[in-house]
Design a protein. Sequence first.
Length: 136
Amino acid sequence: MATVFWDAEGIVLIDYLEHDSIITGIYYAELTRKVREAKRQGKLGHGMLFHQDNTPAHMSSQALAAIRNVGFELLPHPLYSSDLAPSDFYLFPKLKKFTKGRKFTDDKDVICTANGRLEDEHQKFFYNGIRALEKR
């Protein structure tokens, strides 16, 4: 499973969960800290809006505390509106379309293909994805 953090300029962090593992509040809290460290310098002084869905791991006390501690402002996400997360309605469908019909030999092949595709996208691609949130 891939967790992708991105903004209007591009990918900030991608994390791949190992097989037979689950995302817990503690795991997600650590990812939030990694996002803070990976975030481009010079932007953090302006405040950061953070948008995520309502999954239990994302809304756990550990994850919410980590989001506050790193200085992100969490945008509210309506209940039962999973299609409002930009990764779900914009990023992943485009990645899925790109990989449609391909055969992968193993997880490393999938990861390499996904990373390569996302790294090849221009800034305008990511900007358009964030802007599309307004219409959702």
